[in-house]
Design a protein around this ligand. Structure first.
Ligand SMILES: Cc1ncc(COP(=O)(O)O)c(C=O)c1O
Length: 405
């Protein structure tokens, strides 16, 4: 089993902020020293641009960047050329929505859910507006999860694109992407997966899922900010229109405006790429693999059950997702605004996120527009969960007001 106290030692932030209980991991995760060192090594040891220089230093940078692509491919069981480095999930999903324009037309449908993060719905709204297609929403189950049965009912001949999160970021429900993809493919639809909250926490095997595109962010999986991945099945990438054009993405062009694009994946990485971040992200993938993705998932699931059991016992807490898989607990303190509860927790050295968490349509399902979200990662502990519960027990409107006086 997991030795969390040993693991915590790997994280400078956890060593530095001894009193802090960090429960905002769905927003961003702390970095182990090895990731910081890997990123630093690029700047101190082989700082050159890639795929442009005919000198030794540049080859070293090439090797590190190309090697990072291979590491990320292995991490999600893809082919190396199917990995496109992006700035994060948001850019990846925008690239997907932009690039699929030719595959969709007037009257066609993009299927999604009310639980999506802004990054996995706004690009689709824009695509619908540009093409005359429309977005339809698969009804969620009462607890907010996306069932295969509801998906099956919502699917029809006009659906061209399915865009859903594998794990949702407020309620932490996990969708059965494999079955959703199987059904969608029967209708000839393309499946785009928002993997921002799944890839950091569980083994994701894109070949097994058979999804067409999947986006995720480095910073949520112990990697650097400013880097992410858009995975695409080669046959889909061949049809995808690049969102950005520029250096590195073209083989040749002339004053007549003719253009020959680079091979895939470079075609999708115009401009100077985030080299240091890619090197750091590869180290993050190696770090997670050294812990074991299955062990991470099992540990977090147990932590979620532990905290859920305690939160359910609190009379002053409205708890929205006791039954979901991910280590995310979303709740409100009765009679207290979510942000006030967040500030109260902060006054006790507990960092959570309060608000709508960029999933602004979820209010239409949940009936509340703001929640407190405690999101855990593999370095969180039962003791931290206990402390959260202790502090919440005493959280009242009066005590929150006292903080501001
Ligand atoms: C489910 C989900 N999708 C997309 C995003 C956007 O990720 P990023 O801000 O790293 O682009 C997030 C970030 O919180 C998320 O939770």
């Amino acid at each position: 089993m997991f030795d969390v106290s040993k693991i915590r030692n790997d994280f400078p932030m956890l060593r530095r902020e001894k009193e802090l209980i960090y429960l905002d991991n769905s927003a961003t995760a702390f970095k182990p020293q090895s990731v910081i060192d890997a990123e630093k090594a690029y700047y101190t040891d082989f700082s050159a641009n890639i795929h442009r220089g005919d000198y030794e230093l540049s080859y070293r940078a090439d090797q590190a960047y190309d090697g990072a692509r291979k590491t990320l491919a292995d991490f999600i069981h893809a082919d190396t050329d199917e990995i496109i480095f992006t700035s994060g999930t948001t850019q990846g999903l925008n690239m997907a929505a932009y690039g699929l324009e030719k595959l969709i037309g007037e009257g066609d449908v993009i299927l999604s859910t009310l639980a999506e993060h802004a990054s996995n719905i706004l690009p689709w709204f824009r695509l619908a507006e540009r093409t005359g297609a429309r977005v339809e929403f698969i009804p969620l189950e009462k607890d907010g999860h996306l069932s295969v049965e509801n998906f099956r009912r919502a699917l029809h001949e006009r659906v061209r694109i399915v865009a859903v999160a594998q794990v949702t970021n407020v309620l932490g429900h996990c969708a059965d992407i494999k079955e959703i993809t199987r059904l969608a493919h029967e209708k000839g639809a393309v499946v785009v997966v928002d993997g921002a909250q799944s890839v950091p926490h569980k083994k994701v095997d894109v070949r097994d899922l058979d999804c067409d595109l999947l986006a995720f962010s480095g910073h949520k999986m112990c990697g650097p900010t400013g880097i992410g991945v858009l995975y695409g099945k080669m046959e889909i990438l061949e049809k995808l229109e690049p969102m950005l054009l520029g250096g590195g993405a073209n083989k040749r062009f002339s004053s007549h405006g003719d253009l020959i694009l680079s091979r895939i994946p470079e075609r999708f990485e115009a401009g100077t790429v985030p080299i240091a971040q890619a090197v750091g992200l590869a180290e993050a993938a190696r770090y997670l693999q050294s812990l074991g993705m299955d062990s991470i998932e099992a540990y977090e699931r147990e932590l979620k059950q532990y905290l859920s059991g305690k939160l359910k016992e609190l009379d002053n807490i409205e708890f929205y997702n006791p039954g979901s898989e991910a280590a995310i607990c979303s709740f409100n303190v009765k009679g207290v605004f979510a942000q006030d509860a967040g500030t109260y927790l902060s006054s006790h050295n507990i960092a959570v996120r309060s608000g709508n968490h960029c999933a602004k349509m979820l209010v239409e399902h949940l009936g509340v527009d703001a929640t407190v979200r405690a999101s855990m990662y593999f370095y969180n502990t039962r003791e931290e969960a206990d402390r959260l519960v202790e502090v919440l027990k005493d959280c009242t409107l009066e005590k929150c007001i006292d903080i501001f006086l």
